[in-house]
Write a protein that binds this ligand. Sequence first.
Ligand SMILES: [Zn+2]
Length: 256
Amino acid sequence: MKTCLIRLIALLVVGTASHAGEKPDPLEKGGVVLTFDDRNFDDWLDAIPLFEKYQAKATFFISGVIDAKAIATALELQSHGHAIGSHSVHHLSAIDYLKNHTAAEFVKEEIEPQLTAFKAAGITPTAFAYPMSKNHPDTDRELLKLFRHLRTGMGIASDRGIVDYDAFFVPVSKIKTAGLLFGKGIDFAPFRDDRTFGKIEAALVRAAENREIITLYAHQIKPIGKGNFISPGALEHILKKTAELNLSFLTVDQLP
Ligand SMILES: [Zn+2]
């Protein structure tokens, strides 16, 4: 009886430790927050074995109506240790939206319907990714009442390195107070000047050496296609390098 009770307690502790909504422990070493956006459900599910090969965990920010397909995909990804985030209902620029609406309206129209549908399926997103990286201080403030972290993005000059921009790198000791994270796009890597393998690898080395967290984002995962995508080969290159450098693969749910 006593053993059973101890086992039950152990199970409860293990079972809740990685749950969204629970505050994770402080982080020790540097890591990569790998994120994917929109509704590329088939690509993401197909990539599960690739992530597993490197014990990599990622975060998937879903846009649009949280329908049966979205829920089924989210639950499948979660069952493999990945996290689910909100990416808004209509995929609008918050900056443009605020020209005619309030931040409270943005939350009500763009966020709450998603959170309600997620909640009904037992999913509690801890982060939100801004469509087109168009964040605004007013929505930042409102959204940080609902999420621990927000992801936006930032372009870089093609003749500079990712390592030259401190905004992409958050020391592990500061991640708890860094609500807004600046992600670096990796779609089309390594075939754009701002995201060559050399620049991405240098960024990973910096994160490992300085115990920093870097956030990366992409969309589809396929060898070739329309729109924004990263090829499975390029993704594997980044996963492999991250593992070699002994960086953590962190989901947003694992960020304090
Ligand atoms: Zn998007």
